[in-house]
Ligand binder design. Structure first.
Ligand SMILES: Cc1ncc(COP(=O)(O)O)c(C=O)c1O
Length: 414
């Protein structure tokens, strides 16, 4: 079967009610804001509503709604296990990626000694940097920061130089939320493991675009956020089983110890969010075909990558002709996702984002908590850059509209 998503794009888009929102001049809104969070299909909306209407309850009781909630959470762990290529027992849900990462890093911190070293990268969102900085301040750990290359990728030579026998964790992103770079994650985890360190990956900006497979990535911990991949506001962590079983998690005494991933969940989860998460995974799987869920997801992500490759080519060709803007990071489609960081020569990113909004184009300005990237670029965190990012439900027409609007604004048409 052919891996072409563009042929069924209208049907796909029809599943997302937000995509029919109209903007100025009776034109539909262009969602170039995807790296900040994606829109959700009807299946997700229905699942959240149905849970709240039909099954709303707490867990582990002796009546129907609570049993249904237990079953929902079990199913969500199964789906999440397949989604990341791991096992259901290794899954923890939480409020968002940041909160889970604070919980998990605190748990690991209870096993660390003064002088232990943590390697972070300049490419990362602060959610995979700040938890380590705070831990280091509390425990007298040493933080080493890997710089980025001119193309805004993790500098692997520098990483190699920084990792040593005292390194306990290498915390790195699978995709930059600011400029879209996708570092060579397997090399990073191999380098970490050669020194006996853990590979701790942030997959938040990767998951909407590319298939996660924790075995191929060779990592120990991986975190992502379903609201970035067509689901509700929720966080998701995969923790390699042995770690999930042994890390000294901070938890209330009566809470169950099994499944191991559950040890990192504190308090009552967003059950309606978890219902929406299941529907989001099913939605992605529905874009592909195959005998089992994992095959469907493999195929779906291949189709997503094919269509997003076309979108990226369209964007890169178009932006090269716009004056007054520099594309940051990778110039081609290789080694990147469909997220484009733009440095504006003279214009203010916030003013341009407002002018795009006036033309019905939603796009983000700022630094997106990617402080290291801004530092590497010599840009102020307050002012930052303009970011246009797309996911598979975008069309080439929307890319063209985005580029034409930006061109018009930068020529003085604010
Ligand atoms: C790459 C990346 N990592 C981490 C986060 C934080 O995720 P959350 O909002 O789920 O805490 C974000 C949010 O934008 C992100 O883009």
């Amino acid at each position: 079967m052919t891996a072409v998503l563009s042929e069924r794009l209208q049907e796909v888009r029809g599943q997302f009610p937000a995509l029919s929102r109209m903007g100025p001049q009776d034109l539909p809104v262009v969602y170039a804001d995807a790296p900040g969070g994606t829109q959700v299909p009807n299946g997700v909306v229905d699942a959240i509503r149905n849970y709240l209407v039909e099954n709303n309850s707490n867990i582990e009781g002796e009546f129907a709604a609570t049993r249904e909630t237990d079953a929902l959470i079990r199913r969500a762990r199964e789906l999440a296990g397949v989604f990341v290529g791991g096992h259901s027992n290794e899954i923890a849900f939480g409020q968002n990626m940041t909160t889970l990462n604070f919980n998990l890093s605190r748990a690991l911190g209870r096993t660390l000694r003064p002088g232990d070293e943590i390697v972070v990268t300049q490419l990362d969102h602060d959610a995979n940097v700040a938890p380590w900085l705070l831990l280091a301040a509390d425990l007298d750990l040493v933080i080493r920061t890997v710089r980025v290359t001119a193309e805004l990728d993790v500098d692997l030579d520098h990483l190699h130089a920084l990792i040593g026998p005292r390194t306990r964790v290498v915390a790195a992103t699978l995709a930059s939320n600011a400029v879209g770079t996708t570092p060579r994650a397997r090399l990073i985890s191999d380098l970490a493991h050669e020194q006996g360190a853990l590979a701790w990956f942030d997959a938040v900006a990767f998951a909407p675009h590319l298939r996660i497979d924790v075995k191929n990535l060779g990592c120990d911990v991986l975190l992502c956020s379903p609201y970035k991949f067509f689901g509700p506001h929720l966080g998701l962590a995969w923790i390699r089983r042995e770690l999930a079983e042994t890390l000294p998690a901070e938890r209330v005494r009566p809470a169950a110890e099994y499944p191991p991933g559950h040890r990192f969940e504190t308090g009552t989860l967003s059950h309606e969010g978890i219902a929406g998460f299941c529907a989001a995974v099913e939605y992605i799987a529905s874009l592909g075909s195959g005998a089992a869920l994992s095959n469907q997801l493999d195929d779906a992500y291949e189709r997503i990558a094919g269509h997003e490759g076309d979108l990226s080519r369209g964007f890169l060709d178009g932006i090269a002709k716009v004056q007054g803007v520099t594309l940051l990071g990778r110039p081609g489609t290789e080694g990147r996702v469909c997220t484009f960081g733009l440095r504006l020569h003279d214009a203010d990113p916030a003013a341009v984002a407002r002018a795009l909004d006036a033309r019905g184009i939603f796009a983000w300005n700022g630094s997106f908590y990617a402080q290291g990237v801004m530092e590497a670029l010599g840009l102020s965190v307050d002012k930052g850059i303009l970011r246009l990012g797309y996911v598979h439900y975008a069309t080439l027409v929307e890319i063209e509209r985005s580029i034409a609007a930006l061109d018009d604004i930068l020529r003085g048409g604010c």
